[in-house]
Ligand binder design. Sequence first.
Ligand code: AMP
Ligand code: GLY
Length: 421
Amino acid sequence: MNILLLGSGGREHALAWKLAQSPLCDNLFIGSGNTGTEQCGVNVPMDIMNFEMVADFSEKNNIDLIVVGPDDPVCAGAFDFLSKKGFKTFAPSKQAARLEGSKSYAKEFMKRHDIPTADYIEVTKENLAEGIEHIRQSKAPYVLKADGLAAGKGVLILHQQEQAERALRGMIEESKFGDAGSKVVIEAFLDGIEFSVFVVTDGVEYKIIPNAKDYKRVGEGETGLNTGGMGAISPVPFVDQALMQKVEERIIKPTIDGLVKDGLTYKGFVYFGLIKVGDDPIVIEYNCRMGDPETEVVMPRLKNDLADLMMATFDGTLKDKKIEEDERACCTVVLASGGYPETFEKSKVITGLPIEDQNVMVFHAGMKRTGDSLVTAGGRVMMISSFGDDLKDALNHSLRVADSIHFDNKYFRRDIGFEFN
Ligand code: AMP
Ligand code: GLY
């Protein structure tokens, strides 16, 4: 069959790498892809937010399955548009994607379906005074979330009351986050340890794939600014059977049943951003797509044929699938451009690739080809994923490779998975 994968980051390289291994996959196209995905299939320059263009290409190339990688096209309704044109589209419907696209929608969904999440109130222009009063009545830290997609920057965790009040006013009165912040969710702060669980679902049945934990802060020891993610590990050591049973009973099942009850169509990945408080899992957020860089450790550990799993969400056979996980640990280290997530320089020549090592997968992200050279073209340049006997061993492989690849101002964390090593 012919598959079109949309997106161009490290996540999409990992998905393309996995899809290309499927015996079911005759031709893989990636729109627009990157220097890594071109090794897995054919990159096709396209505007993935222009669904007309995507449909047109899919028609001309007899595409049997469209896989949507990033949140933007998912939340903008890629599924609805492309399904109407007759294409099997692996993504949630626009309405279901509000679980990621609107914090307030997600909170109401969880409340309605009795899914554990932090207590909250919603604040708009109309009840700003109530919001301010709420902050005055609560204890620090204060968690403020812009309602809409804000490129991962919509969550503020503040330690002083005055600061929180000012931020809330800024979000609502001065539109500091644009439209995304015209509604704000103020949430109770949860003190615990985060982890992520992923499922493939057809909207009725689900299969749990390998879990992961990402490291979002730029600095070692989880310090400094938030980034898209500086590394990830799988599996997460403290996620044992007892915890997973709670996650499944209290969170996954009611979420999928909630989709059914609310009449929401969903063929895709659900990413459960969770926090373990005491012995209990609580939902921090839903994402309606895979994570980046979590995909770069989840896909290597997933033994199943990914194309087969995705197709199973369209023909009612998902419930018959059995997920098989690689027993080995996997760790990914992100090589970034110095300065990221703030300003950084581009077009630095990259040397040291390719890496010939069966246990190491280098997933490309912000990279470009200029003549015969590979050069940097983004903040997160590449993800180095390695298998190991344990997480420490996997990290050491990735670090060895990270040291052997060069570009000016290369930056990476050496401590991914530090709590467990
Ligand atoms: P979100 O975009 O909702 O995932 O939030 C981004 C990050 O903020 C999360 O990964 C957590 O580290 C943190 N966070 C969000 N909500 C809370 C909360 N209620 N309590 C503590 N930390 C939170
Ligand atoms: N790494 C976090 C995310 O993809 O949302």
